[in-house]
Design a protein around this ligand. Structure first.
Ligand code: NAP
Length: 273
């Protein structure tokens, strides 16, 4: 039986095994998908085990290893290179190749919501996933500015300084925490919201009754963070991270098996999103 893993820390709450094991069963593939909690010091050994163990065919990578894993891999997809982020590893003739399906999944969800296309965007946060979000925006809009605010401003500045010109596009500006520009797309890429009482404490008053403005939270559990419920009360359009999460899994599954799995009613029920 072939094996697949998701590695991260923490990993207890990952829903990826439910999704991939459902698809393995549905498409009659003799494989199992498990979660493994690692310390940073165990990353190298895990990758070496993947390299020599013929039954391990693929791995997903989550917080906090999406960048750290890169130095252990043999090749990177162009998108992984541009975003310095890998969430999916495939094995090809003993070579380990890193891909980033967060970026392409985010792009896909944006394509379904064109409201913002002639506008600048605001990204809140500058963590591991933020470069994937910039990549997704830039596939669809090179001409408008992207603003970033992060609690630790230097981290946002550092992230921007590492971006290739193609992602900078017409410009990326780091603002002070609390400075809120008028844009049509506001994305929360911070982890603040995972707990029901979490609140970003940012003032979005100027967005009152702006139904053309999208507030997008990458968090999918809880389904509606305070960031989203406040936006809903203001009359903004809201999106949570559910479809991005399912699409990144679908694309990873496709890279491993060549099957394009369906996001069917059963899978929505299984993950209860
Ligand atoms: N839907 C999906 O498919 C999907 C995919 C990937 C990630 N995500 C979600 O995206 C979120 C971020 O992931 P990541 O990998 O980028 O995490 P990360 O690397 O740990 O970054 C965390 C970010 O949150 C900020 N932050 C943490 N606590 C904060 C607080 N109390 N106030 C203000 N900002 C705070 C950090 O700011 P500092 O720099 O100041 O510490 C940083 O910008 C997570 O919730 C993750 O679940 C969803």
């Amino acid at each position: 039986m072939n094996k697949y893993f998701v590695i991260g820390n923490p990993i207890e709450h990952s829903l990826s095994p439910l999704i991939h094991n459902y698809w393995f069963k549905k498409y009659k593939i003799n494989s199992i998908y498990e979660k493994t909690k690692l310390e940073t010091s165990g990353l190298r050994d895990f990758v070496e085990e993947m390299r020599i163990n013929n039954s391990i065919k693929g791995v997903n990578v989550t917080v906090p290893f999406k960048s750290k894993i890169i130095s252990f891999l043999d090749e990177l997809s162009p998108i992984s290179k541009e975003t310095f982020s890998v969430n999916t590893i495939i094995k090809e003739n003993k070579k380990l190749i890193g891909y980033n399906t967060d970026a392409t999944a985010f792009q896909k969800t944006l394509e379904e919501n064109n409201l913002w296309l002639n506008s600048s965007s605001l990204i809140i946060g500058a963590g591991g996933v933020t470069s994937s979000i910039i990549w997704g925006i830039r596939q669809l809009n090179l001409k408008d500015k992207i603003y970033i605010i992060n609690r630790t401003k230097e981290k946002a500045e550092d992230l921007v300084s590492r971006l290739v010109p193609g992602l900078i596009g017409s410009g990326i500006e780091v603002l002070n925490w609390g400075e809120i520009p008028g844009v049509n797309l506001v994305i929360n890429t911070t982890s603040l919201g995972l707990k029901q009482n979490d609140n970003l404490q940012l003032d979005f008053k100027k967005y009152q009754n702006k139904k053309e403005c999208i507030f997008y939270d990458l968090i999918y559990n809880p389904k509606e963070t305070n960031f989203l419920s406040n936006a809903k009360k203001r009359g903004n359009h809201i999106i949570n991270g559910k479809m991005m999460f399912l699409i990144q899994a679908k694309q990873a599954f496709n890279l491993w098996t060549n099957i394009d799995p369906e996001i069917d009613a059963e899978i929505l029920k299984i993950v209860n999103l």
